[in-house]
Design a protein around this ligand. Structure first.
Ligand code: CTP
Ligand code: CA
Length: 212
């Protein structure tokens, strides 16, 4: 089985030293990549900047921006059976990027932003019926409404959702607790558990078996 997985944050540069980004350690995406290899899968991991070593047996493509992550995914999408979007992609990027480091100005400044490409939604449009698409969602409120809405909007088969306000888990932590949704509604709750264990359980659930 061939996996394509995104992980980590993206950086949207304002100038060579300043950027917009999201908090994300990459641990969940890297754990899923390692779990997919352990199941005998071949794994393409498209990773934003993180401090993690590449999981053994995984082919890692390092990217910085959402546009680069999108291009890397689009080039690999037809050659995968399972696409899993774990990356915390920046939602906006500066409309203008300066090639020089701009000196700071006295007083307030206004930054003009434009939306980045929604990579999961784009893969949802490229997908075929026999490919499996899995998205993630970290929410602070109304998980029961937002998780199924994202599933539908992005053309996913599964959404792995965590309520980051209630649990204090997720983001940079080693542990996580998630609920899993498909087109029929919420089908499972996993954790709190280490992300390495959750990764195995998530794959077993979305691939419809008990492991191996
Ligand atoms: N995602 C993506 N590309 C983006 C934004 C999100 O691929 N530009 C993916 C994430 O990797 C995740 C899923 O979409 O799998 C949900 O991300 P999330 O940030 O929760 O959803 P958004 O659609 O960006 O909505 P919002 O941030 O407003 O809640
Ligand atoms: Ca977002």
């Amino acid at each position: 089985m061939r996996f394509l997985i995104t992980a980590g944050p993206t950086r949207e540069h304002i100038d060579p030293v300043r950027y917009l980004s999201n908090g994300s350690s990459g641990k969940m995406g890297y754990a899923l990549a390692a779990a997919a290899v352990a199941r005998g899968g071949s794994v393409e991991l498209v990773s934003g900047p993180v401090a993690l070593p590449p999981p053994p047996g995984v082919n890692v493509t390092r990217v910085i921006s959402a546009a680069e992550m999108h291009a890397a995914c689009a080039a690999r999408m037809t050659a995968c059976d399972v696409f899993i979007a774990v990356a915390a992609v920046a939602d906006y990027r500066p409309k203008h990027r300066s090639t020089d480091k701009a000196a700071k100005l006295p007083g307030d400044v206004t930054l003009e932003l434009e939306p980045t490409v929604d990579i999961l939604k784009a893969m949802g449009r490229l997908r075929t019926a026999d490919q499996v698409l899995v998205g993630f969602a970290a929410e602070t409120s109304d998980l029961e409404v937002k998780a199924p809405a994202k599933l539908a909007a992005k053309g996913c088969d599964w959404i792995v959702a965590n309520d980051v306000s209630a649990t204090g888990l997720g983001m940079e932590s080693d542990d996580n607790a998630v609920s899993i949704w498909n087109t029929t509604g919420r089908v499972g709750m996993l954790g709190p558990a280490p992300k390495t264990r959750l990764a195995e359980q998530i794959l077993a659930l979305v691939l419809g078996d008990g492991g191996g």
